[in-house]
Design a protein around this ligand. Structure first.
Ligand SMILES: [Zn+2]
Length: 404
């Protein structure tokens, strides 16, 4: 969703003061990420006047993480490891089945050697701190596993572009029949297009199936995002949307706090009644003691929870950036779009754009958010000169065949 994108955008890319704060945190060996990696839990430690996070191996899950490394050392591939975990009923930190990707990112994460690495994805020099927290695997094992993974990595030689190379897959649709458009190459992988999947499967009697040059349509959409969505006004609005979301989650924290307060005072008044009864001698202490103990335990549990929530309740608002900073964001986001991988780019695009519908001479972009200036979620752009009828390599012209 938008909040993840903006979160990443604001925290990983940008504003020097945010980076400075996080960097400082990282230098002290504090965990600055969100959720703890598999096998760890977050522990709050007092550092001067602030509570900060560090990682601690989780008693039951840390050995599982270690097992993945041992399996890799013993020659098991990432697919096999994922399969083994799933067969054993081991689930990921988010309660899902393991995938090769999940295992791969576990096995390549230096966090398991007790090392903190921060700022890998931003354009500043990353910070590395060894022994930031207890290791789950030793460095030697970790390095061995990296070497194994490297030697096993398939050498990718694709004469044609993989489906995943198409930035707009999953977003772009045929406006004539409503089916998805998919990526194609023509002239033995020299030229790339999007075309209606219906037309491709069932022929032109089902749908005329225009051929849309990949680089042109992708360039067009990315430019659109860059110049039209990434305006200062929009970014300010997005920042306020993020703050509203944070506000809402703060509210739910406060609601939970209130509920806890009620439960605690309920336990208190019950305890008082029991003490009263004890004083008056209406019941024997043998009868009352277990009930009092039980209530006290319950109350202690509630107090502990209250403490945990108090940590969460520290507000974490994005500061409304000043215009100058926003300009920096626009530039950063533009370069992010220009330099990031196709998967990141597509993820970013998807957080703004719901779908792109192409018909004869007209593109409709459905945005996920109302977009200024007209606050509309739909934009129609007429006359794209590059939509093409018929098979591309029979009617080749300069404009319709674009070398990617
Ligand atoms: Zn179609």
């Amino acid at each position: 969703g938008i909040i993840e994108v903006m979160d990443e955008f604001f925290s990983a890319n940008l504003a020097q003061d945010v980076i400075r704060g996080m960097k400082e945190n990282a230098m002290r060996g504090h965990f600055t990420g969100g959720k703890p990696p598999y096998g760890f839990r977050i522990e709050k430690v007092k550092d001067e006047h602030k509570l900060r996070s560090t990682l601690v191996p989780e008693t039951t899950l840390a050995p599982v993480a270690k097992r993945a490394f041992n399996m890799a050392i013993s020659g098991k591939g990432i697919k096999e490891i994922a399969k083994g975990f799933n067969n054993d009923g081991i689930i990921t930190a988010t309660g899902k089945k393991w995938t090769s990707t999940g295992i791969h990112s576990l096995l390549t994460n230096e966090v398991y050697t007790g090392t903190l690495v921060w700022g890998k994805r931003s354009n500043i020099q990353p910070i590395r701190i060894e022994n930031a927290w207890p290791a789950i695997v030793d460095r030697e094992t970790f390095l061995k596993v990296q070497a194994i993974l490297k030697s096993r990595a398939p050498k990718i030689i694709h004469p044609r572009r993989a489906v995943s190379d198409y930035l707009l897959s999953g977003i772009i649709k045929c406006g004539v029949c409503g089916k998805a458009m998919s990526g194609h190459s023509a002239k033995s992988g020299k030229f790339f297009y999007y075309r209606c999947s219906n037309a491709t499967k069932r022929g032109p009697s089902e749908c005329p199936g225009h051929w849309i040059p990949k680089s042109k349509i992708e360039g067009f959409i990315v430019d659109r995002i860059r110049s039209y969505i990434l305006t200062e006004e929009n970014l300010l609005e997005l920042a306020s949307i993020v703050n509203e979301e944070i506000d809402a989650s703060m509210n739910s924290v406060m609601e939970r706090q209130e509920t806890l307060e009620l439960q605690i005072s309920d336990a208190d008044s019950r305890l008082e009644h029991l003490y009263d009864a004890l004083e008056k001698g209406s019941f024997s202490s043998d009868e009352l003691a277990p009930r009092i103990r039980k209530l006290q335990e319950r109350k202690n549990g509630l107090l502990e929870k209250k403490c945990e929530i108090a940590v969460e309740a520290q507000p974490n608002f994005l500061e409304m950036p000043e215009l100058k900073v926003i300009q920096g964001y626009v530039e950063n986001l533009s370069s992010f779009l220009a330099s990031s991988s196709i998967v990141e780019k597509r993820g970013f695009l998807k957080s703004f754009v719901n779908e792109i519908i192409v018909v004869d001479g007209m593109i409709t972009i459905n945005y996920r958010l109302p977009m200024p200036p007209e606050n509309s979620e739909e934009e129609n752009i007429a006359v794209l000169p590059f939509i093409q009828h018929g098979r591309p390599y029979r009617s080749r012209t300069c404009d319709t065949l674009i070398k990617s």
